[in-house]
Design a protein around this ligand. Structure first.
Ligand SMILES: Nc1nc2c(ncn2[C@@H]2O[C@H](COP(=O)(O)OP(=O)(O)OP(=O)(O)O)[C@@H](O)[C@H]2O)c(=O)[nH]1
Ligand SMILES: [Mg+2]
Length: 278
């Protein structure tokens, strides 16, 4: 019998994939009562998120979360008349790299995979590296015999993400089966603005990580899987002009999600709604 699916959401993502920035932006939306997800009461222990939000309000990027950090943030929310708690763990993404590098997970991660029936996997397609992609490396670099740094012995990123998903499913004691209905999986393609594309999130994943897309589409039940584009920050904050925009307007004026339709949805809380509706 299918057990009752809980509403706890786990965000999974390697370093630099945009987790902290998203939390800060989500928090701004919830605070300002602008989204489909509403605040129910004042959240506790959100100093870390507030700090990240304040950095954005100053036009600065959020800081990388230390690997050992396991900040748990709980935000009491209302959604569709339902009262629930959004619990996030803003851990340093290095922990995810550890799972991939060691092919092992600790108890903390094992519990996370079991306690959360809704997973949002952050992948930053702009940083997906293809060893064999000539448009990236060029002919001159593709010489296995050369000692150039352009030739790596590492696996390419799509294999790494397959391994990560397999490890997480193993941790949840599911293994590899077909038509997985729980956990629900949302793949969020982050820093979407970097791609400058008109393609759908599904097509970007198909283009950048065809085997990975094939893998998740095969093992997940179609209605339990969703692929969306996410730009939590809307643009890079590496120049003064961009910083000025964040100084002139509140951080919650920026950021959007892209679903399969052509519309840019400016309500970032919808990413949570998508995960809750699966
Ligand atoms: N262009 C662009 N950059 C973004 C976006 N979201 C985050 N970034 C940048 O990506 C970098 C990493 O963002 P973080 O939110 O710190 O990433 P993280 O996943 O929390 O990283 P760790 O804490 O190291 O695990 C920062 O330089 C951000 O400014 C976005 O939507 N667009
Ligand atoms: Mg972080």
């Amino acid at each position: 019998m299918e057990h009752q699916i809980n509403n706890n959401i786990l965000i999974i993502g390697p370093p630099n994939s945009g987790k902290t920035t998203f939390f800060a932006q989500l928090y701004g939306r919830i605070q300002s009562d602008a989204g489909v997800i509403k605040l129910r009461s004042t959240p506790k222990n959100i100093t870390a998120i507030e700090k990240a939000y304040d950095r954005l309000a100053n036009g600065d990027e959020t800081e990388s979360t230390p690997a050992t950090d396991n900040r748990e943030i709980t935000i009491p929310i209302k959604w569709n008349e339902k009262e629930l708690d959004l619990t996030f763990k803003d851990y340093g993404g290095e922990q995810v790299n550890e799972i991939i590098n060691q092919l092992a997970y600790d108890k903390v991660w094992k519990n996370r995979t079991k306690d959360n029936d809704r997973w949002i996997l952050f992948i930053r397609p702009g940083e997906i590296y293809h060893h064999y992609d000539l448009t990236v490396t060029g002919y001159a670099d593709v010489d296995p015999a050369s000692e150039s740094d352009n030739w790596h012995n590492d696996l390419s990123h799509q294999y790494i993400f397959i391994e990560l998903v397999q490890a997480l499913l193993h941790a949840r004691a599911i293994g590899i089966k077909t038509d997985i209905e729980s956990p629900k999986l949302v793949v969020a393609l982050t820093c979407w603005d970097e791609l400058n594309t008109e393609l759908t999130p599904n097509n970007i994943l198909l283009q950048k990580m065809p085997l990975f897309l094939q893998f998740i589409s095969t093992i997940w039940a179609e209605e339990s899987l969703s692929i969306v584009g996410l730009s939590a920050q809307e643009f890079s904050l590496d120049n003064q002009e961009a910083k000025d925009k964040y100084l002139d307007d509140l951080p919650e004026s920026f950021g959007y999600i892209v679903t399969d339709s052509e519309t840019k949805e400016r309500d970032l809380t919808k990413l949570i709604e998508i995960a809750l509706e699966l």
